[in-house]
Design a protein around this ligand. Structure first.
Ligand SMILES: Nc1ncnc2c1ncn2[C@@H]1O[C@H](COP(=O)(O)OP(=O)(O)OP(=O)(O)O)[C@@H](O)[C@H]1O
Length: 263
C-alpha cells in the first residue's frame, strides 16, 4: 500500500511548536524550538557543532519523545497517526549506508517491495529518478564501485521513491566536489517541484544560500533566527548586498554570545 501521496505545494509538511527535548528531562538540549515547513519548500537548519540540529532531527523522526511541545508531520503527531507520520518522513543520513551485495537497481526494487509500491508506477518513478540524478548508467553497479556522491544519490533515490511529504537530509554536501554539490542542488529542485518538503542540515552555508526558502538558526538548543534568507539577514543586521550567509551566521552567533563569536 502506498501510504504517502504526492501532495500539493504549500500544504504543511512539518510544524514544530515549542519543542523542548533531549536525552534527559533534567538537562534538555532543545528549549522551546518552533519552526514550520510547507511542501515544495527547502528549509536550511544551521548551527554550530552541538547546537542541537541532530537532536531536533531525531525528534522529527519520532526517535525521541518531546518533553514539551509537539511535532507534526503531514498534519499529524506520532501519537495521533503513527503509520501516516512514519510513512510521510524519509531520512538520508550523512554517511550513506547501502547493502554491499545489492546493485543500485536492486536497492530500489527492495524499497519498492518493502513499501508495497505498485510495480508499474514504481518503475516509472525509478526511471525518472535515475534520469534526474544522472544515474541511469549506474543502475547495475554495486555500492563499492560508486563514488561518495553517487552513493548519496542512491540514498536519495530510495528515499524519494516513496514520495515522502518530508525529506530530511543530514550534511549531504560533505565530501562532494563543487559540481556534485551543484548537481545535487539541481536534483533537489526537481524533488521540491514534485511536492516534497526538504529539511537540510548543513555547515556548508554557501550551498544553502541561494536555494533555501527558509532558514532556522539554532544556538545552544535555542532558535536565534528564523525566516527567509533575507529576513534572517535583517535579523542579523547584515543588510549589505555582499553579506554572505557565513557573515550572517557569524553575526547571529556573536549576538547570541553577547559579542563573542565561536562556541
Ligand atoms: N546521545 C546523547 N546523549 C546525551 N547527550 C547528547 C547525545 N547526543 C548529543 N548530545 C548532546 O546534545 C547537544 C546537541 O547535540 P547535537 O548532536 O544535537 O548537535 P548538532 O547541532 O547536531 O551538532 P553537529 O553539528 O556537531 O552534528 C550537545 O550538547 C551534545 O553533547
Amino acid at each position: 500500500m502506498v501510504v504517502s501521496e504526492q501532495g500539493k505545494a504549500g500544504e504543511s509538511a512539518l510544524v514544530i511548536k515549542e519543542l523542548t527535548g533531549g536525552y534527559s528531562r533534567r538537562r534538555p538540549v532543545l528549549h522551546g524550538v518552533s519552526m514550520s515547513l510547507n511542501r515544495g519548500e527547502l528549509l536550511g537548519l544551521i548551527g554550530l557543532n552541538g547546537a542541537g540540529k541532530s537532536t531536533a532531527i531525531k525528534h522529527i523522526l519520532g526517535l525521541m519523545i518531546p518533553h514539551g511541545g509537539e511535532v507534526r508531520v503531514a498534519g499529524v503527531t506520532l501519537e495521533e497517526n503513527r503509520e501516516l507520520y512514519r510513512s510521510s518522513v524519509a531520512y538520508v543520513p550523512e554517511q550513506p549506508s547501502l547493502f554491499p551485495n545489492l546493485t543500485v537497481k536492486e536497492h530500489l526494487q527492495w524499497t519498492a517491495m518493502a513499501y508495497g509500491l505498485e510495480p508499474g508506477a514504481a518503475w516509472e518513478r525509478v526511471d525518472k529518478l535515475a534520469a534526474t540524478f544522472r544515474m541511469t548508467e549506474a543502475m547495475k553497479a554495486l555500492p563499492d564501485t560508486l563514488s561518495k556522491g553517487m552513493k548519496q544519490k542512491v540514498m536519495l533515490m530510495n528515499a524519494l521513491l516513496v514520495q515522502p511529504a518530508l525529506l530530511i537530509i543530514d550534511e549531504p554536501f560533505l565530501g562532494l566536489d563543487p559540481l556534485a554539490i551543484r548537481g545535487l542542488i539541481g536534483a533537489l529542485d526537481e524533488v521540491r517541484e514534485q511536492g516534497t518538503a526538504i529539511l537540510l542540515s548543513s555547515h556548508i552555508l554557501p550551498a544553502l544560500e541561494r536555494k533555501a526558502n527558509r532558514l532556522v538558526v539554532l544556538h545552544k538548543g535555542r532558535l536565534i533566527a528564523e525566516g527567509s534568507p533575507r529576513e534572517v539577514m535583517e535579523q542579523a543586521g547584515c543588510s549589505g548586498a555582499d553579506a554572505t550567509l557565513d557573515d550572517v551566521f557569524e553575526a547571529l552567533v556573536e549576538a547570541a554570545e553577547g559579542g563573542r563569536a565561536g562556541g
